[in-house]
Every structure is written in C-alpha cells, then in structure tokens.
Design a protein around this ligand. Structure first.
Ligand code: 0O2
Length: 264
C-alpha cells in the first residue's frame, strides 16, 4: 500500500501545534496570576517518516497500521524544573481528561527507571481533531520530565542514533553513571527549591512591575492633559538604575493615581 505520508501526517502536525499552544497557555496563565508555573518549556514534534518506518519494522507492525498503532507519532515534551512540578503537571492533565483530551495510558519511568537510565513520565492521550472537515482522534504521547532528565535523554538519544541503537557497553555504563548524576542533581535542586522559588517570584514580580510602569508611562504620553511627560521617563530611568523595588512600586502607584485623576 502506498501512503501519502504528507497528507497522513497533517492531522498529527495540527494536533502537535494545538497542544503546544495549550500547554504554553497554561504557563502564561500562571505568569498572569503572578504564580510560578510548574511548566518551564514545551516543545512538540511529529515523528519523521524514516523513524515511523524504523519503529514499525522493529515492532513487526505493518506499515498501513503504523499510524493507528504507534502512540508517539505526535509527541509533546513538557519540561519542568523540579521533580515535584511533574506531579503538578500530571494533575493538570488529569483534570482535562474527558474534556479536551482523553487519557489512554500513563507510564511512570521516574519511579520505574528504565534499564538504560531513562527517566520521564509518559501520558498517552487521544486528542480530537477536525482536519479537512473530518473528525479524527489523534494519539499523542506527552513526555513530562525535568531539565536534568531531559539533558540526559537528549544526549543518550543522539548516541543511540549514532550507534544505530547498539550503544557499546562501555558507553552504556558511562551513561548510567550520568543518569545517576542527573538523578542526584534533581534531588539536590529539590532541596533548595524554596530559595529558588522565592528568587524566581521576586524576579517575575519585578519584571511585571517594570512592564506596568512602562505601560502607564505610555498611557500618560497619550494623554493631552499631562505636561512634562519626559519627566516621568527620566524619573523611571533613575529609579530603575537605583534598583530599589519599593521606590519603583511607589512610583507606579503615583502613575496610577495620576492616570485615574486624568480619567475622571
Ligand atoms: P523518538 O525518536 O524520541 O521518537 P520503544 O519500543 O522502547 O522504543 P515504546 O514502547 O513506544 O518505546 O514506548 P516508550 O518506552 O514509552 O518510549 C517512547 C519514547 O520514549 C521513545 O520514542 C523515546 O522518545 C522515549 N524513550 C523511551 N526509552 C528511552 C530511553 O531509554 N532513552 C531515551 N533517550 N528515550 C527513551 P522513540 O521512538 O524511541 O524515539
């Protein structure tokens, strides 16, 4: 059977695009609510045709069944900073089960680390799509892992390709040592999580404050009733250079009062 791969993979591409937007949207929701997101980064990919054929052959799946049987043709990777964040992301996904996606399977390779040293949490979902007027459910594999787990998996993956899946045992052993080190890194990071979270919260709220000030100065520039508009800009630059967050907050409060007075 001849497959028009481009046509057949189109719904998978669209599903990946939509899911990346959705998970990035969750990250933005946290940011907007001034909360720290458990999601650090989201990427997506559709398996290459060569990789689909290789996996189908390896698993003795006839090519015309490959798209229905393989669960990771559409793949989303959700990267977290801390191991605890993974659980938060899993809960977020479970909440959507039966709504905009359906959970088919969960595989916990964090508790049950693979012999290779691979750690990650996999959730296979079924995702409804309308493509060219047709309703279709697309299977998609969500891989949730920390930055450290991802670093290890990316390096190991490229070595697997280099050695055509037959990584020499000496390198395999070294990779296991690296997997141990990545595990240790996650453990150590978890221990200083609270301090890191506080500094992140501070950085994010500072950034949001700066954005608000810039927005408010812009609003003042648009108002015909405000004189000496440049004064606010100079004042902002001086306070920014001074770096005192309380003074910046006071300044922003002044701008907001001024804008309110002008609006009345
Ligand atoms: P790619 O290029 O990332 O798409 P398998 O038959 O063992 O290959 P299976 O049964 O489909 O895998 O399911 P599993 O074990 O959940 O693995 C699916 C995907 O998880 C893999 O896809 C990898 O992305 C990742 N993965 C699983 N095990 C390992 C591992 O030991 N090392 C790394 N680096 N990644 C792993 P593909 O098709 O192998 O590769």
């Amino acid at each position: 059977m001849l497959l028009d791969w481009k046509q057949a993979l189109l719904p998978y591409e669209q599903a990946v695009d939509e899911l990346v937007i959705k998970f990035k949207g969750i990250k933005r929701e946290y940011y907007t609510a001034n909360m720290i997101s458990p999601i650090e980064d989201v990427t997506g990919r559709v398996k290459t045709v060569a990789s689909i054929i290789e996996k189908a052959n390896r698993r003795n799946i006839p090519l015309d069944k490959a798209l229905d049987v393989l669960e990771d043709i559409a793949g989303i990777r959700i990267i977290c900073r801390f191991v605890d964040d993974i659980q938060e992301v899993i809960e977020l996904i479970r909440k959507r089960d039966g709504k905009d996606m359906e959970i088919l399977e969960e595989e916990d390779y964090i508790t049950n680390t693979k012999t290779s040293g691979y750690r990650s949490y996999h959730i296979t979902i079924s995702y409804p799509m309308f493509v060219q007027g047709e309703y279709k459910k697309i299977k998609c594999e969500l891989q949730i892992r920390t930055l450290a787990m991802n670093f290890w998996a990316t390096i190991e993956h490229s070595l697997r390709y280099k050695f055509d899946r037959n990584v020499p045992s000496e390198i395999k052993n070294r990779l296991k040592v690296c997997a141990e080190a990545a595990y240790k890194l996650d453990e150590e990071m978890d221990k200083i999580k609270d301090e890191l979270m506080e500094s992140q919260q501070f950085m994010e709220s500072r950034e949001q404050l700066i954005n608000k000030i810039i927005h408010n100065i812009h609003e003042l520039y648009n108002s015909p009733n405000v004189k000496n508009k440049n004064e606010y800009n100079y004042q902002f630059i001086n306070l920014y250079q001074e770096g005192n967050i309380d003074k910046l907050r006071e300044f922003n409060a002044e701008l907001e009062t001024l804008l309110k007075d002008i609006g009345e």
